[in-house]
Design a binder for this molecule. Structure first.
Ligand code: FMN
Length: 361
């Protein structure tokens, strides 16, 4: 039997196989953060397609935490109600529904990628003032700055409270895994990295201070998430900015251990996204060594993501103990049935939906 199709137990959650749909923004809400038919079909197809986990895209814990006006959100009970049938459908396929809880920080208030990722000013229609640990350190990837606000202590407490409330709603909506998004240059990563965090209060300076918000958010989510269900945290393992003081794999390992102590069950190891000067060389398995390193240095389970496109490649990552789980992004966009295709190629243990069996040899 292929290792990829062995189950993974985290707390009492039994994940049927180790290939997960990586969170991927769809920018497909009608400007109010409510899930649409697009989300139902997009996420539902990938559950039909045999993934062990279907993780939602970055789901904003507050309106200010959206990247664009069209992002998915979970800041009201109506948002949870719109997500509930999707989580239920995913579960009915034998797939575990997960939700990525996110705040975009100073990378917010932009047009969609296909509209150019252009910052929208706070006084323009659909724009808002974005939150940053240190506005002076904002490193724009694409030109202009949005209207910025340095996070006050009240703003910081508001973010923690918003994550807690979002997790409560996600639970009510039927999700079984909550993932805290602390990667890719969004708010929590902005606090972690000394490149974007120049604060001089309890949330800036030392590792302890820069990582305080991520720890507090994770603790708040864990506080309301049931003891028998897992919490994941997505980290950027490194900023890929070796030419300056920045977030490194050493600090990631230290944080992973802290998050594990706080009840985090799996670190989903991505990288970069913080600064345009990053020296990132993408390709097959390009972030797997980061996951492997965290797995070696800590006791926490890890997920590997990035450049994983082939069943045998995914299986080898798990078989060789490089990660406990693989997350697949773009290949799942190209082929929603990547899970079934992998199972067929490796050992055939994930059965096709009964409705489709006439098509299976
Ligand atoms: C269209 C698209 C949207 C994405 N949105 C998110 C997101 O919402 N949250 C996140 O953590 N990563 C996001 N990512 C990154 C993916 O989850 C994944 O880490 C990345 O694409 C690398 O994996 P891959 O090589 O399998 O695509 C996105 C990637 C793509 C292609």
């Amino acid at each position: 039997m292929a290792e990829l199709f062995t189950s993974l137990s985290l707390r009492d959650c039994e994940i049927p196989n180790r290939v997960a749909v990586s969170p991927m923004c769809q920018y497909s809400c009608d400007r109010d953060g409510l899930a649409t038919e697009w989300h139902r079909v997009h996420l539902g197809s990938r559950a039909v397609g045999g993934a062990g986990i279907v993780m939602t895209e970055a789901t904003a814990v507050s309106p200010r935490g959206r990247i664009t006006p069209y992002d998915l959100g979970i800041w009201s009970d109506d948002h949870a109600a719109a997500l509930e049938p999707i989580a239920e459908f995913v579960r009915e396929q034998g797939t575990v529904p997960g939700i990525q809880l996110a705040h975009a920080g100073h990378k917010a208030s932009k047009t969609r990628p296909w509209e150019g990722n252009v910052p929208i000013d706070a006084d323009e229609e659909n724009g808002w003032e974005v939150l940053s640990p240190s506005p002076e350190a904002y490193p724009p990837f694409d030109g202009d700055r949005p209207t910025m606000r340095k996070a006050t202590p009240d703003d910081i407490q508001g973010v923690i409270d918003a994550y807690r409330a979002a997790a409560e709603r996600a639970l009510a909506a039927g999700f079984e895994i909550a993932e805290v998004h602390a990667a890719h240059g969004y708010l929590l990563h902005e606090f972690l990295s000394p490149v974007t965090n120049r604060r001089e209060d309890d949330y800036g300076g030392s590792f302890e201070n820069r990582s305080r918000l991520v720890r507090e958010v994770t603790a708040a989510v864990r506080d309301v998430w049931p003891d028998d269900q897992p919490v994941f945290v997505r980290l950027s393992g490194t900023d890929w900015l070796d030419d300056r003081e920045s977030w490194t794999i050493e600090e990631s390992a230290r944080l992973a251990a802290d998050l594990s102590d706080l009840g985090g069950d799996l670190i989903d190891v991505s990288s970069g996204g913080l600064h345009p000067a990053q020296e990132l060389s993408a390709g097959p398995n390009f972030q797997v060594p980061l996951a492997e390193e965290l797995r070696e240095r800590t006791d926490v389970a890890v997920g590997a993501v990035g450049g994983i496109t082939e069943p045998e490649q995914a299986d080898a990552i798990v078989r060789n103990d490089r990660a406990d789980l693989v997350l697949v992004g773009r290949e799942f966009l190209r082929d929603p049935y990547f899970g079934l295709r992998s199972s067929d190629a490796l050992d055939g243990t994930r059965e096709w939906p009964i409705q489709y069996r006439h098509a299976v040899r």
